[in-house]
Design a protein around this ligand. Structure first.
Ligand SMILES: [Zn+2]
Length: 361
């Protein structure tokens, strides 16, 4: 089996980058851009977004992202593009806005510039879009022809987003090394289409080390409105290190258990990364990791406000049936749980959830 690592062609992170988007499009060789923008970001940063396009006298069509990242929405935008001689797609906003831009680029064979305005997940760098129905239910994963051509991260914008989103991003990034390590041991095929590389595992390790060393400081700093080096490092860990780490290092039990948790009624108000954080502790219990390692992860989560118990996730009922449903769903046919280096059964997952909850308490 071959080893594969993939990544965006270029990743740029800095202060005030939103004012240079037009320059970056020109560097890609594109002279006409079509931007899909989150409505809140549009209302606050419209002047900054248009600045470099006006300076370069470059036509920019701006489309406020409304509704869902659905097939219908994507097809509508692709149809509209045909009339505008677009040469590059830009997505500016959160997960669904970015996934829409990526899907539009995929369908229209145009390059895409991705501008995340929150660091709440590791999705921006990947060659994957999640599609929903127009009603907002999960539809399917759309594997894309290639990773984004450019990912532009404006630290100043991300630092102003609610701190809970940065913390959730740390939760999503927390699982990356443990899942990549499990995939390395099992020889699993990753999203990149091959087995893992030394490079992907090293980035996943760097991701975890950065979180543990600087996560708490970064949270304190963003709460005070300071974009310190710690904040910059955590943004890089959440978006880039975790992004390459998960896509080319592989997913395993933590994301499988997260997927199961999405079906639990009482979990509905928790964010992706919050569920992943708890599920990371469950994976460590499942693989019988040393207590010091488990306690280090629990300690980190507690310090920055990530859930370490079922209660923290919003699950207050003592009913075992919904948890068994979570465990069974995490062991479904296509689940990344089969990337673990040992056999796992639903009852093992249930026991690990309960043991993780007990340790968290
Ligand atoms: Zn994730």
């Amino acid at each position: 089996m071959m080893q594969i690592i993939c990544s965006p062609t270029k990743y740029i992170q800095g202060h005030g980058e939103i004012r240079k988007l037009g320059d970056y499009c020109l560097q890609l060789g594109a002279t006409r851009a079509y931007a899909i923008i989150d409505p809140y970001i549009f209302s606050v940063y419209k002047k900054e977004i248009t600045y470099s396009f006006e300076m370069n006298e470059m036509p920019l069509v701006m489309c406020e992202f409304k509704g869902e990242c659905s097939r219908n929405q994507v097809n509508e935008i692709v149809a509209a593009l045909g009339l505008k001689d677009t040469e590059v797609i830009i997505g500016i906003g959160g997960g669904k806005t970015l996934d829409t831009a990526k899907a539009v680029s995929h369908m229209s064979n145009l390059p895409v510039v991705i501008v995340p305005t929150v660091a709440s997940t590791d999705a921006p760098c990947s060659a994957l879009s999640v599609l929903y129905t127009d009603e907002g239910d999960f539809d399917c994963y759309l594997p894309l022809k290639r990773n984004p051509d450019l990912v532009i991260v404006d630290v100043d914008i991300i630092a102003k987003a609610p701190a809970r989103l940065l913390v959730a991003g740390m939760g999503d990034a927390l699982s990356t090394f443990y899942e990549a390590k499990a995939c390395r041991e099992s020889g699993a095929i990753t999203h990149a289409g091959g087995t893992s590389t030394i490079a992907a595992l090293s980035l996943a390790r760097a991701c975890l080390d950065t979180l543990l060393a600087e996560g708490e400081t970064a949270l304190k700093d963003v709460k005070q409105g300071i974009t310190s080096p710690a904040v910059e490092h955590i943004i890089e860990a959440n978006i880039y290190l975790s992004g390459i780490g998960f896509e080319s290092g592989g997913l395993a039990a933590a994301h499988a258990i997260h997927n199961g948790l999405t079906l639990h009624e009482e979990c509905r108000n928790t964010l992706h990364g919050e569920k992943v954080a708890f599920a990371t502790i469950v994976q460590l219990v499942l693989e019988k990791a040393p207590y010091e390692e488990i306690d280090q992860v629990i300690g980190f989560c507690k310090k920055i406000g990530l859930p370490v118990t079922l209660n923290d996730l919003g699950i207050t009922s003592k009913d075992i049936d919904p948890l068994m449903m979570v465990a069974e769903a995490s062991c479904s046919e296509d689940s990344p749980i089969w990337n673990m280096p040992f056999e796992v059964q639903a009852v093992d997952v249930l026991e690990a959830i309960l043991a993780a909850d007990a340790r968290g308490q």
